[in-house]
Ligand binder design. Sequence first.
Ligand code: PMP
Length: 349
Amino acid sequence: MGGDSTHHWQGVLNCALDAVGHTPLIKLQRIREQEGMKCNLLGKCEFFSAGGSVKDRIAKRMVEHAEKTGVLFPGQSIVIEPTSGNTGIGLALACAIKGYQCIITLPAKMSLEKEVMLRALGAEIVRTPTEAAWDSPESHIGIARKLQKSMPGAVILDQYSNPQNPLAHYFGTYEEIMTSNLPNKSISVLVAGAGTGGTITGIGRAIRDNEAKRTTILAVDPEGSILGGGEPGTYQVEGIGYDFFPEVLDPNPPVVDQWIKTNDEEAFAMTKRLIRTEGLFVGGSSGSALSGAIRYLHSSAGQAIADDPTANVVVILPDGVRNYMSKEWFLETAKSAQKDAENEGSGEK
Ligand code: PMP
C-alpha cells in the first residue's frame, strides 16, 4: 500500500528511524470491564515509537519526502518547525541521524521534558508565549517564519499544511491497525484527539476509502480549543486543540462524524487509570481521547456499540507520560494512585 512495512519490528534495524511507528494495539480489558462494556476496547500505543509519540511518523515521512523532492539537501538545509514538542522530537531525531541542523519553536506551556529531549538531540529551542494568537508575530508559528526568512537554507516542513502529515496516517497508522489481528477486520468506532488534525484526517480518509461497514469517527478536543466548537481559552493537556483550523484538518463529515469536548480533569483522571489499571505509560492527550471515547460509549448513540462483543473501538493514545514527569498534574496523579493503592490494600485485609 503506502510503502511502509506494516510488520512489527523484527531483526536488526538500520537506524532508529526504522523503529518509528509499528506500534502495538493493546486491549484495555480492565477499563472495559470496570465500565461494564462488552465491545473490544483497544488502544494504539504510540509511545512505543522511537521518539515516543505518534508524531515520529509524520516527521519521518515529511523529511524523507522533502529529500526526494529536492526541498532538503543533506549537509546544507536547516529544518525549522513550530510544534507542541512531539513533532519537534521526531524531526530532531531524524535530523540527528541525517545530519541536519534543527531549530524548534515551542510554546512556553510545553513540558521541560520535551525541551530537554530536543536539546539532547542537538536541536536549538526557541520558547514562545503560550497566549500569543497563532497569527501573531510572537507565536511559535510567527517566530518560525521570521527565523526562516533570516536564514539561508532554512526550510519549514510545516505540519499544519504538509499533505505528508495526514498521509503518514493514511498509509502507516491505518494499515497497521487493519493488518493487526483485529477481530472481524473492521473498526466500529475510531477515536483520536486533534492538534494539527493529521491523525484523525489521515486515518479517517483511509477508513472511508476502504470500509465495508460504516465506522463512526470521533474527534476529541479540549475545552479552550475552537476545533470542536467553543471559545478559545487555556488548558493544560499538551498536543491537542488550537485557536485556528490547520489546513491538514478535515473537521467535517464524512471524515469526522462528531466532536467530543473534554476537560483537563477528566483527561488526567483517565491518564491515571490507563497507567494504574492497564500499566500503559501514556500522556495526558491519551487520557483525553479515552475519556471522550467512554463518554460516547455510555451515550444513547454509543450504547449499542458498547453492548456489542463483536464491535472494535480503536482509540489512538498519542504519547507517553515520560514527556510529563515534572508536571504538577502527573505528580498529583502519582500521589493519588498511591492513596488508592493504600486504601485498596487496607480494605481487603
Ligand atoms: N497528542 C499529543 C501529545 C500530540 O503531541 C499531538 C500532536 N500535536 C496530538 C495528540 C494530535 O495529533 P495531530 O497533530 O495528528 O492531530
